[in-house]
Each structure stands twice: as C-alpha cells, then as structure tokens.
Write a protein that binds this ligand. Sequence first.
Ligand SMILES: NC(=O)c1ccc[n+]([C@@H]2O[C@H](COP(=O)([O-])OP(=O)(O)OC[C@H]3O[C@@H](n4cnc5c(N)ncnc54)[C@H](O)[C@@H]3O)[C@@H](O)[C@H]2O)c1
Length: 288
Amino acid sequence: MSEININTVCIIGAGTMGSGITELIVSMGKKVVLLDLEKGILEGALGTIEKNLRRLAQRGKMEKEQVSLVLSRIQLTEDYGDISDADIVIEAASEDMELKKVIFNRIEKSTRESAIIATNTSTLSVSELAMSTSRPEKVVGIHFFNPAPIMKLVEVINTAKTSPETLEQTIEFVRSLDKYPVTVKDRTGFVVNRILLPMINEAIFVLDEGVATAAEIDNAMKLGANHPIGPLALADLIGLDVTLSVLNVLYEEYGDPKFRPAPLLKEMVRSDYLGRKTGKGFFEYRKR
Ligand SMILES: NC(=O)c1ccc[n+]([C@@H]2O[C@H](COP(=O)([O-])OP(=O)(O)OC[C@H]3O[C@@H](n4cnc5c(N)ncnc54)[C@H](O)[C@@H]3O)[C@@H](O)[C@H]2O)c1
C-alpha cells in the first residue's frame, strides 16, 4: 500500500480546469494551494468557486454554513514558495508544452522529492513532460473532465517511467475524490478524446454533405445512440477552436486520415464561429 497520505494539494493554473479541480478537492475536505500568475485571475477563480458553492447551498445540496468553511481551505498564491508542503501538485495551466516544462521545473525545485507531479493536459505528451524533470517516476497524468466537480471520470496516465507507487497513490487519491479512475497509457487523446473527437468530426462531415440538418443529426444520436447530448451541440460546448486543435494533434501524432479535421470545422473556426463562447457554432446561443 502507498505510504503518503495526500492531504495538501497544489494546483497550478486557476482557469476553467484549475478552479473546477480546486472546488472539487476542497469540497472533499482537503486543502488546496492555488497558484496562478496574477492576483486578479486568482480572485476571479475564487469568486467562481464561491458562486458555485452558494448555488449548491441554495439547492439544498450543501449546508449554507459549509460554504465559508469549504472556501477557507483554499490558499491563493503567486509564489512557488507556498507549494513546498504539497503531497501532490496538479498542473492545469494553458495547453503549451514549453510553458508546462517551465512550470514543471519550478514545481520540481519547490517541492519535496516525495511529491507527485501531475499534469491535467488533454493532448500533450506526459512522457515528454516527465523526462524534462529529474524525477520522471513521480510524474503522472491526471486528466479531469469539465466541469471537474461533476464529471465522474478521471483518466490516470501511466507513462513508461511512472513508478508503480506513484500510480497507486494517484489512483487512491482520485478515488478519495469520489471519482472513477481509468488507467491509460500515454497515447495521444488517451481513451475519451481519441474516441469522441472522430465521432464529432464525422458528424460535421455528415452536416457538410447535407445528409441531415444539425438539429436532426443531434436528435438522431440522442435518440438512436442514447447520447445525452448530440455531437454538434457537444462541439459547441467544447469550443470549435479546441475541437479543431485536438483533431490536429491527433492527426499529427497518428498520421491516420480518420482524424483529418472536416473542412467545415476549419471554415467555422476561421469565421470565429466557435460555439457557445462566441454565441454561434452549429447552433445559436444568447451571449453570456
Ligand atoms: N477546458 C477543458 O475542457 C479541459 C478539460 C480537460 C483538460 N484540460 C486541460 O487543462 C489545462 C488547462 O485548461 P483550461 O481550459 O483550464 O485553460 P484556461 O485557459 O482556462 O486556464 C489556464 C490558466 O493557466 C494560467 N497560466 C498560464 N501560464 C501560467 C504560469 N506560467 N503559471 C501559472 N499559471 C499559468 C492562466 O493564467 C490561466 O488562468 C490544459 O492543459 C487543458 O488541455 C482542459
């Protein structure tokens, strides 16, 4: 059995995923040190988490008095000196290999040798990140899904260098968050995106060929395949720019034409029709 008890968690990057993962972990009774570049970003993330917790309290899913207790478990910082007690550091900064390598270097220098260094990357090589450190056996991928407090799955990426102990502790940690860990090899797209993205892409080809309308394609997949959301609405939710970029990474890595992005998807991204975030994708949305 693993020896370290993971209590102190540090998260690097307070964006969509970093704030979602923080909300999840503090809700489970653990402390989080949340690090980002600027105070404004950190305070914005804290505000979002507070809003989400208050909404849960309003719906009776959490005691009102609990909200401030849960929030008090979050420490905001811009200083790597504050992550020295971490049992695990989860990097959830922007999807950029060079940036992540710099962050991994900072993490390595600022933490104990026993600390696990995890990345939440969706598409980058966890092995490459691991090899940029002097302790690749402590590096693992821990891929949460958005929104992290709600989505049950976490892909745990076991590289060729990850030690069995690191893997076991990470799986145990994921279970302690009431999530379902699936252990996967370090192959681009892991399991979910590798299967999901070609399906979304095919739906875009089907639309472009005029086989059916966007609404009918989504209804067909909801009613015929029992999917809770249609592939085109899902692409709008993910963001068409992100969808295109993941397909490009998959295509580049595997060289398999099944991953070639649909021309309609490229045209929409070039036209700034990015889905929900711009108010228009395959469907129209009221701007938030
Ligand atoms: N958004 C999703 O649906 C999703 C799902 C699973 C995994 N991911 C992965 O999670 C990671 C984060 O994605 P996101 O959507 O939260 O991005 P985001 O753009 O919302 O947030 C990224 C955050 O990283 C911060 N950052 C940038 N450089 C930094 C640095 N040097 N030090 C500290 N913080 C820094 C930014 O200020 C920003 O707050 C990416 O690797 C992405 O691939 C995203």
